[in-house]
Design a protein around this ligand. Structure first.
Ligand SMILES: [Zn+2]
Length: 253
């Protein structure tokens, strides 16, 4: 059984705990970096997985996100992994790519991610306003694109969620799920970043606790510079070892 009301409350509570208001779009990547003792690894995990979460010992946790997926989907995946991190007792969760399938715990994590990124009151308000412009009071494909762009989620994530509101019927929603919307979004004036993965050479990255730990070890003189570089290279941080290839120094702005 999926307890929607409970998931909605949990999503609202976590937003508050992480310093977010109850309605605005959020920068979930930045939020993840502020969670204590959490390491986030972006890595191309293949065609079947969206991400994984390891609730490690002594609170050392790790979330991996399939960086070969689109940016909108990665944002949704991170929300999904937050559910495993904060509300799931399993030590290791490995998560499939397809939304709203699998065990209850996986579908709960999807719904949690949806509520976390698109708080219900805010979503319904926007959907209602857009739908009210049409005689049938239903959302058009363009309206759905506006909503997914506003909250920064994948097209699939937006459609599935809007099918839980009165403004998108299941049959129209299922039709919208089959449409690739990148060009439509571009022609509406939006950036197409949400619908694309990062370039291949930028799909490997580690942020958070691990990097901070390596920094602590070197600053306390507990490891050599060689070992420090090795730890960073293991975490795909050649940019920290060799620089990021950009000639100019740090910009102050
Ligand atoms: Zn999962």
């Amino acid at each position: 059984m999926i307890d929607y009301a409970k998931l909605m409350t949990q999503a609202a509570m976590l937003r508050k705990e992480l310093g977010e208001d109850s309605s605005s779009p959020i920068d979930i990547f930045a939020l993840a970096q502020n969670i204590e003792k959490l390491t986030i690894v972006y890595y191309p995990l293949g065609d079947n997985l969206s991400g994984m979460c390891i609730n490690g010992q002594e609170g050392n946790n790790l979330i991996a996100i399939n960086s070969a997926m689109t940016l909108g989907r990665q944002r949704f995946s991170l929300g999904h992994e937050f559910y495993h991190l904060f509300y799931d007792d399993n030590m290791i969760s490995v998560c499939a790519k397809k939304i709203n399938t699998g065990k209850d715990i996986e579908r709960s994590a999807d719904m949690f991610a949806s509520y976390f990124l698109m708080p219900d009151a805010a979503l319904v308000e926007i959907a209602k306003k857009l739908a009210s412009k049409h005689s049938d009071q239903l959302l058009t494909l363009e309206d759905v694109i506006r909503i997914e762009q506003y909250f920064g989620v994948s097209h699939q994530a937006a459609v599935y969620r809007l099918m839980h509101t009165p403004y998108l019927t299941d049959s129209i929603g299922n039709e919208y799920l089959t449409i690739a919307v990148r060009h439509r979004a571009e022609s509406l004036g939006y950036s197409s970043d949400l619908y694309k993965p990062l370039p291949k050479n930028k799909q490997y990255m580690t942020y958070g606790h691990y990097i901070n730990q390596a920094e602590q070890l070197i600053s306390k003189g507990l490891i050599s510079y060689g070992k420090y570089d090795e730890l960073l290279m293991d975490a795909f941080r050649s940019d920290m070892v060799y620089g990021d290839g950009e000639e100019e120094g740090d910009v102050i702005d």
